[in-house]
Structures are given as C-alpha cells and as structure tokens.
Ligand binder design. Structure first.
Ligand SMILES: Cc1cc2nc3c(=O)[nH]c(=O)nc-3n(C[C@H](O)[C@H](O)[C@H](O)COP(=O)(O)O)c2cc1C
Length: 373
C-alpha cells in the first residue's frame, strides 16, 4: 500500500517531499550571555533535514518574551547570525525550516531579564505550581516557581505586536522559510484567549473576538510583513499545560479563530493535542470543525506513530503530521518511518541539558539495520 505520509505537499511556496514535520521543541542549548544558537544547533537541525518541514523551537521575540534560561532568541544581530548558520546547514542538507515565534506571557521569572522586570500577562493572575528553569548563579538551570505577572497596558499590547513583526523580519533575514506563531500551551496568546485569566475591560478582553484580537492583530501584521503564505499559527485547543482550564466553548472559540485565520490567508494551522487522544477520535467534533473553518494546510501533532499518522491523513483530518519526541532520538525518523524500522527512545535527562550529549549524538540507522528492516 502506498503511504500518504511520503507523498508531496505544497506549503508557503515550497514543495515538501513528504508530510513528516519535525515539531517545535526547545532544547535550551544557547550560552546564556548571548542567547544565540551555537554550531551544534546547526548540526542538530541538519541531522533532521530529511523532514518534509522542520519547525524550529519556540524562540523568544524579545527579552520580555523569555521564560527559560538558555533559549536562543531572535531579537539581536548575534542571534540572527547564529540562526543563519542553522538555516544554511538545513538547506544544504536539502531541508526546509520555519522558526516558531514565542512569548511566554506569565510563565516566567524576573531573573531572566537583565533589568529584573517581572513576567507580563493579560491580568495579574499568577501560576500556582508551575516552575521555570533559571540559572540563579548555578552552572546548570534549576527549576523555580514563576514570579507573579504584571498586567499589560493596552499600549504595550501594540508594542508586542511590533516585537513579533521585527522577529519575523529577523527570521527571514536569518534564512528561515517561514514562521509559526506560538499560540498554544498556555503561553501569552493562549492566556489572552482564556476567559478565566483574561479579566480585561479594554478591547483585548471580554468577548471571544476581543480575546483573540491580540493574536489576530499579530498574525495580520506578520503576514503583511513577510507574506501570509509562509506564516502559521499553533494552537492546543483542549490543552491544560501551564494551568490552563478547559475552554467553556471550544467549538465556538477555536472555530472563530480558524475562520479568521483562513480569511487572513495564512499558510498553516498547527493543532497540538496534548493528550494524544482526541485527534484520533473519529466521533470528536472539534477537529472536523477546524478543518471546515480553515482552508489552508493543517498540521496535526500529539502522540503519532506511523500507523496513526497514516490513518489521520487517509481520514482527511489533516495534511501534515508533526512528530516531537521521536525526532529527538531518531535524526533519520523519515527513513525509519518509510521502511518500518524500530524507533530509538529518547533520554529525558538530557532533553534540556547536557550540551552535545542527548542532542547531536543519536545515531542514524547503519546500512545493515536498513537492510534488515
Ligand atoms: C523537549 C520538548 C520541547 C518542546 N518545546 C516546544 C516548543 O518550543 N513549542 C511548542 O509549541 N511545543 C513544544 N513541545 C511540544 C512538541 O512540539 C509536541 O507537540 C509534543 O512533544 C507532542 O508530540 P509527540 O507526541 O510527537 O512528542 C515540546 C515538547 C518536548 C518534548
């Protein structure tokens, strides 16, 4: 049986040779003083260049956007220069790579900024139990409780839109093929969406359309800056990460967003299922509804293996399938999926630390293993 996973698909003016996407994953390998990607980050992504598309890790658009130690940013010249080496290595390996643009909102800590300023959010409502990695004078990051956020003033919202536009320009200057705006996982845009966190009385709070206004203004501005076809948005509609409560009306909330994103003619909508279950539930209403509302490319992510990916594609639930953890331990994931070879398992202790270990030292299959598969 021919597999749809290995058929081609057009996105943002590029022809993807397969429908396997590397999902965005922070790996926190920057040195803290310049927060720029290092040479080994270029090697890491180049090893995975056989993916139809790589969506590189969530990358802070400004110092204020940061929520973890050692995440490389996209707001300084050094960072752009570091990313340029990454994109060049991936392109040389025949791949395509987008950058995920990120603002953590309230999920942060004062020590992550030189001026010691607090995290920001739609309101002053704080996280209770979540922790973030900071350096705190130590050589390796330690997990500490988040600091309480400050509520953004209306004018500051517009400044963050401008940060995203600058970051998108920087990403294109660094050689990325496109960008994905991170609106998932309880970070800034998801916080504005959430009616339990967002108690604002300005045009960014209250109704569904007001709570999405910040994201939509950002998407529109970024699309005008670099062209909508190479812009995507990531959401996690039923997610509970970072103490998010279930949306009271996900069909209306996310259906509205998908429709508006369709009208803005962006390239893709990336839907992450944190539970790894509802996407595979044919009775579920949300995914077909999003599909009906959004005419562009839909990427699905969360708990996929080869068979699940194939059945989701054949059922028409999405166009591309993103794999996260499997890509950490299997640089040649596309080849392994193609020939049905066993997948290596990831070492969770080296995910966010360890330098080259657990980052660029996972081997590809050797010739004997390929023949045996
Ligand atoms: C180490 C790690 C880092 C992650 N970082 C990000 C990120 O930067 N942005 C994001 O949207 N999701 C992030 N995720 C979520 C992944 O993109 C993906 O949605 C998740 O791993 C589920 O896919 P999987 O079941 O194939 O692993 C991360 C996941 C892991 C394991």
């Amino acid at each position: 049986m021919s597999r749809k996973l290995f058929s081609r698909h057009s996105l943002g003016g590029k022809l993807l040779p397969n429908r396997v996407v590397m999902a965005p994953m922070n790996r926190n390998r920057a040195t803290d003083w310049q927060l720029a990607p290092r040479a080994m980050t270029a090697k890491y992504y180049a090893q995975r260049a056989s993916a139809g598309l790589i969506v590189a890790e969530g990358t802070p658009v400004s110092p204020q956007a940061r929520g973890c130690a050692r995440t490389p940013g996209i707001y300084s010249g050094r960072q752009v220069a570091g990313w340029r080496k990454v994109t060049a290595a991936v392109h040389e390996g025949g791949g395509r790579i987008y950058l995920q643009l990120w603002h953590v909102g309230r999920v942060g800590h004062c020590s992550l900024r030189a001026d010691g300023s607090p995290p920001v959010g739609p309101s002053t409502k704080a996280l209770h139990s979540d922790r973030v990695p900071i350096l705190n004078g130590s050589s390796e990051p330690v997990l500490v409780p988040c600091d309480p956020p400050r509520a953004l003033a209306t004018d500051e919202v517009r400044l963050i839109v401008a940060d995203f536009v600058r970051a998108a320009h920087n990403a294109i200057a660094a050689g990325f093929d496109g960008v994905e705006i991170h609106a998932a996982n309880g970070y800034l845009f998801d916080q504005f969406r959430c009616p339990y966190l967002n108690d604002r009385v300005d045009q960014y709070g209250g109704t569904t359309s007001n709570r999405w206004r910040f994201l939509l203004e950002t998407v529109q501005a970024v699309a005008e800056a670099i062209g909508g076809a190479r812009v995507g948005v990531r959401i996690s509609p039923l997610g509970s990460a970072h103490e998010m409560l279930p949306d009271p009306d996900p069909l209306v909330t996310f259906g509205y967003l998908a429709t508006r994103l369709g009208q803005l003619k962006i390239g893709h909508l990336h839907v992450y299922d944190q539970e790894g279950s509802w996407i595979h539930d044919r009775q579920g209403e949300l995914l077909p509804h999003l599909r009906a509302c959004f005419p562009g490319t839909m990427i699905l992510c969360g708990g996929f293996d080869r068979e699940r990916a194939e059945s989701a594609l054949r059922a028409g639930c999405g166009d591309l399938i993103a794999f996260g953890k499997h890509f950490i331990a299997n640089p040649d994931l596309v080849q392994r999926l193609r020939i049905g070879a066993p997948l290596a398992t990831w070492n969770s202790t080296t995910v966010y630390k360890g330098g080259a270990k657990g980052y660029i030292d996972y081997p590809a299959l050797d010739a004997a293993a390929i023949t045996a598969a």
